[in-house]
Design a protein around this ligand. Structure first.
Ligand code: DGL
Length: 277
């Protein structure tokens, strides 16, 4: 591919399901002119409760699907896949690969004043210790506490994101985190689904901590990181162009797709193409 063809190539984003559309949403606001190819592995979701080996195998298949479509950058929207499969994905890809963990960890380090950070995610993300590795490699003095919050995923999918049930679940989880470390001043939302619950999580965290808790949305951090990577490798298209980029969506199963996808993207979606990996 020539430099110009490469610039016009799409960005590839994959996730275990439709939650990764939170990353597409952030990406479209940061880089509106870029074309995006999205793959949701909806036939095999969730990844969060599966073993690292299985997550790695599924993730490699997702990435290959995107590479076969000529993407110039791969974004692993799924935190569980990022936490368990980044090394394998990076070594299998001829184009840059951005996971969710490093951007989220770096933003947390740039944000925390107390140097007490909390991370919440799926069981697979928390068990991998990937956020701990990323944070301690950059600042060994940070105090890090993490907690798996699996019920946040179905809550986000049901759209129960800011009612009394969401509040109760958030309190039940976060009380454990703040009991471990009441000095947490920065909380990383280490899962595709959690940005939908951002308001309730922020409110409950603040009330438990009795001080301001900054909430880091890894979807937004990933979009910033994509802008940097494309800019530094001269691969961005001209984002001043007026036409918005295309969004082509693929999924491995179609059940509940349109309803869920619209919820995570924040706008109606034109349709997914069903594919087999
Ligand atoms: N996409 C997953 C993540 O961000 C959440 C859903 C799942 O368990 O597959 O970790």
């Amino acid at each position: 591919m020539g430099q110009d063809t490469t610039r016009r190539a799409p960005i590839g984003v994959f996730d275990s399901g439709v939650g990764g559309l939170t990353v597409v949403r952030a990406l479209r606001s940061a880089l509106p002119g870029e074309d995006i190819v999205y793959l949701g592995d909806t036939a095999r979701v969730p990844y969060g409760s599966k073993s690292p080996r299985t997550v790695e195998r599924y993730s490699l298949a997702c990435q290959q699907f995107l590479l076969d479509r000529g993407v110039k950058l791969v974004m692993i929207a799924c935190n569980t896949a990022s936490a368990n499969a980044l090394p394998a994905l990076t070594s299998a890809s001829p184009v840059p690969v951005i996971g969710a963990v490093l951007p989220g960890a770096s933003t947390a380090l740039a944000t925390t004043v107390a140097r007490h950070v909390g991370v919440i995610g799926t069981l697979g993300t928390v068990r991998s210790n990937a956020y701990a590795h990323a944070i301690f490699a950059r600042d060994p003095g940070v105090v890090l506490s993490s907690l798996a919050c699996p019920l946040f995923v179905p809550l986000a999918e049901e759209g129960w994101v800011d009612d009394e049930i969401a509040e109760l679940v958030a309190r039940r989880y976060l009380v454990q985190l703040f009991a471990k470390d009441p000095a947490i001043d920065t909380l990383v939302l280490g899962c595709t689904h959690y940005p939908l619950l951002r308001d309730v999580i922020a409110r409950v965290a603040r009330s438990l901590a009795h001080h301001e808790v900054f909430v880091v949305d890894s979807a937004r951090a990933m979009a910033d990181s994509a802008r940097e990577v494309l800019g530094s490798s001269l691969l961005s298209i001209d984002n001043r162009r007026t036409a918005p980029g295309r969004l082509d969506c693929f999924a491995t199963d179609t059940s509940r797709l349109d309803e869920l996808a619209t919820r995570f993207l924040g706008e109606p979606i034109t349709g997914f193409e069903l594919v087999d990996l």
